[in-house]
Design a protein around this ligand. Structure first.
Ligand SMILES: CC(C)(COP(=O)(O)OP(=O)(O)OC[C@H]1O[C@@H](n2cnc3c(N)ncnc32)[C@H](O)[C@@H]1OP(=O)(O)O)[C@@H](O)C(=O)NCCC(=O)NCCS
Length: 184
């Protein structure tokens, strides 16, 4: 896992390894997306600038330690979201994929584009064997992104995820390195 690229360019987006310098812009994007994040993201009550700085600083340290890999998503130099691989299990080479996009940028295929690139990064650069994704039963947009990325639905976990205020029954989805990949 040496010489990992800290920047991935896709057809329309730039993904940069999240660092403390991104914190203010991430905070602004989160504020602009709060009502769409709150149902599904446990951290999305109303994160303060300090909390967002703590997140970005933590992400930077986790990357250095090869424990998780989070990218800030840029469109024309503006932060429009975040995508990352977390909960890395080095012995079995698995991790979890998570993502969100700024509300005014949703529905244009951006997360499918970013996810395709991060999956390639996970399998080809990190040599992951399996990527997991949790999508609440009510979160149709996330399930559709997972489907377009090639994930397989593997069952429902009772109260397997939480939004800012309540738990949700949740689909467990998985993609293994031998599965067909989404086309970039
Ligand atoms: C989930 C999320 C990241 C999707 O980002 P996006 O950039 O809009 O994703 P894409 O444009 O690549 O694809 C979205 C797909 O979901 C579909 N979709 C969106 N809302 C939907 C709904 N309510 N019901 C069914 N499908 C829906 C879109 O039509 C599109 O599918 P299509 O290409 O077949 O038309 C975004 O909605 C988001 O940030 N949500 C809040 C945070 C979140 O839920 N994160 C995931 C937690 S598991």
């Amino acid at each position: 896992m040496t010489n990992l690229p800290r920047r991935i360019e896709t057809r329309r987006l730039r993904l940069d390894a999240t660092c403390s310098a991104h914190a203010d812009a991430i905070h602004r994007a989160v504020r602009a997306t709060l009502s769409e994040l709150q149902p599904w993201m446990p951290w999305a009550r109303d994160p303060s600038p300090d909390e967002q700085l703590a997140f970005a600083t933590h992400a930077e340290r986790q990357w250095e330690a090869c424990l998780s890999w989070n990218f800030t998503i840029f469109l024309e130099n503006e932060v429009i979201g975040s995508i990352g691989l977390a909960n890395y299990q080095p012995l079995i080479k698995t991790c979890d994929l998570g993502y969100w996009i700024r509300t005014d940028c949703a529905g244009r295929g951006y997360m499918t584009e970013a996810g395709t690139a991060v999956i390639e990064f996970a399998f080809d650069r990190l040599e992951m064997h399996r990527i997991q994704l949790l999508a609440a039963v009510g979160n149709r947009a996330s399930q559709r992104v997972a489907e377009k990325l090639g994930f397989h639905s593997e069952g429902i976990q009772r109260d397997g995820s939480k939004g800012a205020f309540e738990w949700h029954d949740t689909y467990m989805l998985g993609l293994v390195s031998s599965d067909p990949r989404p086309k970039s």
